[in-house]
Design a protein around this ligand. Structure first.
Ligand SMILES: Nc1ncnc2c1ncn2[C@@H]1O[C@H](COP(=O)(O)OP(=O)(O)O)[C@@H](O)[C@H]1O
Ligand SMILES: [Mg+2]
Length: 364
């Protein structure tokens, strides 16, 4: 019996039947083999993909640089591993960790074997442990501090107003009380943002459609941004209602559009979209479970640098010059959305600008 032939059959059967997604390409990227798990995940039948290039899975979520680095790595003979967002046949997106192994024969690369690792659990854990716990800890601390400071400022402002009332309006001392009042009120504003971040601000929830909120804000946003920036609004016709504090959500949108304005140097555009999102038909965000109404705000600015991205929701984190940024816009937005039991995410688009996505749970 020829053992080598048997082994070949066994390996082929194993690759075909194992519940791990595999595919093999030649050095040009032409697909030579996909297994059943691949068909099940992507929705493509074997005969539809054999001979094609894996870029049929391209979602547009990664830029050309990303693919170039991938190719540079594997064509050198190294293993490439990375998170990638791909597109199924039906157009829905999925996230995966892909490992691509160059397979050599006589020292030369002949094939590439790509194998998918399911990382939805991992992402869920990362999400729970890292960013949100850090913000949770800062929130507790900031909340206590802000609470005490707020009480103090209330006393200062109240007393100053009473003292001012007793003084002659043209006296130097009266001028001083006004200065103290002005700066105390500015500080109270900062403290208020911190209180919002720490979810210590009371909210008035009511049933509302996010489309209505955005329609009401059209003029407000146009006033806030310069006339060189075009505003596009695209509202879903069948957006489901959510339970929200209207003024707080307006605050979140204003904070994000203000940042978008700052990120756009000169001319550009801001696009606001709404849509329904269900965790059933997409596993792009494994930590989102259920049905959400989403507000998406995308800008054509410079995007958020990789090293900045993990910090943007921290209070007082700003990359703007002194006097321009307080670093409280996104942290208060974060607090507000948390208090709505929603989720706010920041990403960069493949075109370069930033995208903020706000997920609010729909009323069942
Ligand atoms: N649309 C955006 N494009 C690029 N960077 C952004 C964008 N939005 C926020 N950022 C980054 O996040 C930081 C924090 O934002 P924020 O909390 O609003 O504070 P501030 O605007 O006062 O700096 C900003 O300083 C900026 O570096
Ligand atoms: Mg800001």
């Amino acid at each position: 019996m020829d053992i080598a032939i048997d082994l070949k059959d066994i390996v082929l059967d194993a690759l075909e039947q194992i519940n791990i997604v595999f595919f093999i390409t030649d050095t040009e990227g032409k697909i030579l083999f996909v297994n059943k798990a691949f068909e099940e995940l992507t929705g493509y039948r074997k005969e539809e993909v054999l001979g094609k290039n894996p870029n049929i899975l391209k979602s547009g979520e990664q830029d050309e640089k990303f693919y170039k680095e991938m190719w540079d790595t594997i064509s050198k003979g190294d293993i490439w591993s990375g998170k990638i967002i791909n597109k199924k046949k039906d157009g829905s997106l999925y996230i995966e960790k892909l490992n691509i192994f160059p397979i050599k024969k006589d020292g030369k690369i002949k094939y590439y074997l790509a194998h998918r690792e399911d990382i939805s659990k991992l992402i869920e854990m990362e999400e729970k442990s890292f960013e949100s716990q850090k913000l949770e800890a800062i929130g507790t601390m900031a909340g206590q501090l802000a609470h005490d400071f707020n009480n103090l400022l209330t006393v200062v402002i109240g007393s100053m107003e009473m003292i001012g009332d007793e003084l002659k309006k043209d006296s130097v001392v009266y001028q001083l009380t006004q200065e103290i009042l002005k700066s105390s009120k500015e500080n109270a504003q900062i403290i208020k943002q911190l209180l919002i971040f720490s979810r210590k601000q009371s909210m008035e929830f009511k049933k509302v459609n996010l489309n209505e909120i955005i329609k009401e804000m059209d003029l407000l946003i146009k006033t806030q941004i310069s006339s060189q920036i075009k505003l596009f609004i695209e509202l879903s016709d069948d957006l489901k209602d959510v339970c929200a504090d209207v003024n707080m959500i307006k605050q979140v949108i204003m904070n994000i559009t203000a940042n978008a304005r700052d990120a756009i140097n000169g001319t550009g555009e801001i696009k606001i979209k709404t849509y329904n999102f269900s965790s059933d038909n997409i596993n792009l965000y494994p930590y989102l479970k259920g049905n959400f109404s989403v507000i998406e705000i995308a800008d054509s600015g410079k995007g958020i640098p990789k090293e900045v991205l993990p910090h943007i929701f921290e209070p007082f984190y700003t990359t703007k010059p002194k006097g321009k940024g307080t670093g409280l816009g996104l942290s208060s937005a974060y607090g507000i959305i948390q208090q709505h039991k929603g989720k706010i995410l920041a990403e960069n688009s493949s075109k370069g600008g930033a995208i903020f996505k706000i997920f609010l749970p729909q009323i069942a």
